[in-house]
Design a protein around this ligand. Structure first.
Ligand code: BDP
Length: 690
């Protein structure tokens, strides 16, 4: 198997009693809906049933059908149920040998059908189902950081799947399979283009291509969004300014919106990166983020579009701690954004590091809907070479308690809108999808796309349950397979953190490509692009002092989170060096010194990768050769890289601490000069700027 089928493999069901059970339900069906989404439902059912059960379900009358798929007005469904379903939810029930999937809309029916097929792939009985599901967020969106030349800002799975050259005439089967995969996990939106935007995509020629994609995605409930380059009125509109308060600029965007909606009536809106890392924005004209976002929002409002304005900003000049800057810029603007603006906030205050504390903006903007931005592509987490299951990281962030309104004010409750009663809610994931045959480069990285979709649907889901679903659909229901892969996946993130950036360290990666260790770099054009800025290690100790005697970033959190982080004794050790600069010899809770603990984490990370290798080896008899072999080779590379991380970081830190390596640590294979001499000018994803 080459992995192309993702979690929609629909593997033949070999257990004969289970097969008979499913045959009872899938042999005949009745579908009351005949729009393009109903066509998709019928096709998916046929595909799944023929592959799993060797039959093509027969469409029959409602009374004879064992599976009924129908919107609520055709059935007798109590109002207390239909009221809970909204426009995308569904109700699956079983009664006297008949399974019914119902919803208020055909998209709800599609989601319900996928849920039923998921249960079937998992080997679950269908005889007594009663499931009510509705998404907890409104916009569940992938962000493709894809350029029009098909390169990708931080993509490690080949080229962009958008074949702009052959669009709009040529519809690649991949677009359809992409839509199926997304719909199967509830993703209902996609941003096609890079946040470092190119205005060309807003020209008529490209809009034709965007329209072709939107037409493919519509039956799957997926709306298309684009990144809007703030200076587009100058670059493609011939204006002299892009000042958001200039009437000609406002008119230009209004006309542009009109043009887009005349072609794509359900166009979602714009995602904007402004005044960040060299991108143009309202501040170029002395205006603020609200001025910029509101101008675009006003242009989209007549058509029902939304602006997703990113909070990932840090100033070129500001000498202040980078971790504080988004909060400093956005918090004062709370309540000033128009109602169709959302602020898209990365999970942590720096930049998709292997582990970050939650972003202090969560909870701090009660009057402005904030949406989550997670990274699915593993920019700082071994890219497509290392096995890192990210759901535990997403979960840690979502379950963090902001205390914005006292206890239980979790990040999840900000994101699903319940804490502040947001009318707009959403979660974005920076996609890890490319043209590789298996979509995501590393076969196991498909799980991160899957997990993102499931958590966007319901931010309360737990990482273990999601892993279980994904493994069963992707590798089968054999107990040994499910248990082994589950353990391996669930430990993998903590393992990567351990050999990359333990104890709250961050941004130790090589310049530009962010692959591999380079903690010694301290001389780039901006201090806050150097690893040294983030760990500040010297003879006296290591870590970034963000306490009240340092940068005071801790004060951006609500009490008691602020004081918990502020005091090294109460600060969770996983965030210790994020918030504190501490002597190498200070004592940890385990009794080890900080230096020993650091060595322990690096060594333990390596040991855990070796355990992953051993666990995976045991699965050889259960998994097809191609996928087994591919993951084995990648795990071997991961072991080498974990050793590289340990050796490079520990030999560098030793040059600062002057302390001997603890005995339990395997001594570095080379000296520090060797690691410093390694150069990777063509590492994946390299961009000359950062
Ligand atoms: C960083 C990436 C950079 C992106 C930026 C962003 O290194 O390529 O453009 O985030 O989110 O993680 O805008």
């Amino acid at each position: 198997e080459n992995g192309y089928d993702l979690w929609l493999r629909y593997a033949p069901i070999t257990d004969s009693s289970l097969k008979d059970h499913y045959l009872d339900y899938f042999t005949s069906f009745h579908c009351i809906a005949d729009d393009p989404t109903a066509v998709v439902i019928r096709k998916e059912l046929a595909l799944a049933a023929s592959s799993m059960l060797g039959i093509i379900p027969n469409e029959t009358s409602r009374s004879k059908a064992s599976l009924v798929i129908a919107t609520v007005e055709n059935l007798d469904i109590p109002a207390n149920i239909t009221n809970q379903l909204g426009t995308e939810g569904y109700y699956i029930s079983a009664n006297r040998g008949q399974v019914t999937v119902t919803a208020n809309t055909s998209i709800g029916l599609l989601y319900g059908t996928y849920h039923l097929l998921r249960l079937t792939q998992m080997g679950e009985p269908l005889g007594s189902l009663s499931i009510i599901e509705a998404p907890k967020t409104k916009i569940r969106i992938l962000n493709h950081w894809d350029n029009l030349d098909r390169s990708s800002e931080r993509g490690y799975a080949g080229f962009s799947i958008w074949d702009w050259h052959r669009l709009p005439g040529y519809i690649d089967q991949r677009y359809i399979d992409y839509a199926r995969a997304n719909a199967s996990i509830g993703i209902n939106a996609t941003v096609l283009t890079n946040v470092n935007a190119n205005a060309q995509v807003l020209t008529p020629m490209y809009l034709e291509k965007v329209k072709a994609l939107a037409d493919v995605f519509r039956p799957y409930g997926i709306r298309v969004y684009l990144t809007a380059r703030f200076s587009a009125p100058i670059e493609i509109g011939g204006l002299k300014t892009a000042d958001p308060l200039a009437p000609e600029v406002q008119t230009w965007w209004q006309k542009k919106a009109e043009e887009i909606y005349s072609m794509i009536p359900d166009f979602g809106g714009f995602l904007v990166k402004a005044n960040s890392e060299g991108q143009p924005g309202p501040q170029n004209y002395g205006r603020n983020h609200a001025d910029g976002a509101n101008m675009l929002a006003d242009a989209l409002r007549p058509f029902g579009g939304t602006v997703m304005w990113r909070a990932f900003v840090y100033s070129d000049e500001e000498p202040d701690d980078r971790a504080k800057q988004a909060y400093n810029e956005f918090k004062p603007l709370d309540g000033q954004f128009h109602e169709n603006v959302m602020i898209q906030v990365k999970n942590g205050p720096i930049d998709f590091q292997p582990r970050e504390p939650f972003h202090p903006l969560f909870g701090a903007m009660p009057n402005t809907p904030l949406m989550m931005e997670f990274q699915i592509t593993q920019e700082y987490l071994g890219q497509a070479t290392q096995l890192v299951y990210l759901a535990p990281m997403y979960e840690e962030c979502l379950q963090s308690d902001t205390y914005a309104k006292g206890e239980s004010s979790t990040v999840a409750s900000v994101i699903d809108g319940t804490l502040h009663d947001y009318q707009l809610t959403g979660m974005a994931g920076v996609a890890n999808i490319g043209t590789d045959i298996n979509w995501t480069g590393h076969p196991m990285a498909q799980s991160n796309w899957y997990a993102f979709g499931r958590l966007a649907w319901n931010p309360q889901l737990d990482a273990q349950q999601i892993a279980d679903e994904w493994i069963r659909a992707t590798f089968g229901n054999e107990r040994k397979v499910v248990e082994t892969i589950s353990e391996l996946m669930l430990n993998s993130w903590e393992t990567a953190v351990s050999y990359m950036t333990p104890l709250g360290l961050h941004h130790l990666m090589g310049t530009s490509h962010h692959y591999g260790p380079a903690p010694w770099v301290d001389n780039l054009s901006r201090a806050d692009w150097t690893p040294y800025y983030y760990h500040k290690s010297n003879q006296g100790g290591i870590g970034f002092d963000r306490t009240s005697t340092g940068s005071n970033a801790t004060s951006q959190y609500f009490p008691p989170v602020a004081s918990t982080f502020n005091d090294p004794d109460s600060c969770p050790e996983k965030f210790l060096l994020w918030f504190h600069h501490l002597p190498w010899t200070c004592k940890m809770k385990s009794g080890k010194t900080l230096w020993e603990a650091l060595a322990y984490h690096y060594q333990n990370g390596v040991a855990e990768v070796r355990r992953m290798q051993a666990q995976w080896k045991q699965l050889k008899p259960y998994i097809d050769h191609e996928r087994h072999q591919s993951v084995s080779m990648l795990l071997d590379i991961q072991e080498q890289e974990a050793i590289w991380w340990k050796d490079a970081c520990m030999s560098y830190f030793q040059s600062k601490s002057g302390l001997p390596y603890p005995e339990a640590m395997e001594a570095p294979q080379h000296d520090l000069e060797y690691y410093q001499s390694l150069k990777f000018p063509f590492a994946p994803g390299i961009r000359p700027k950062w």
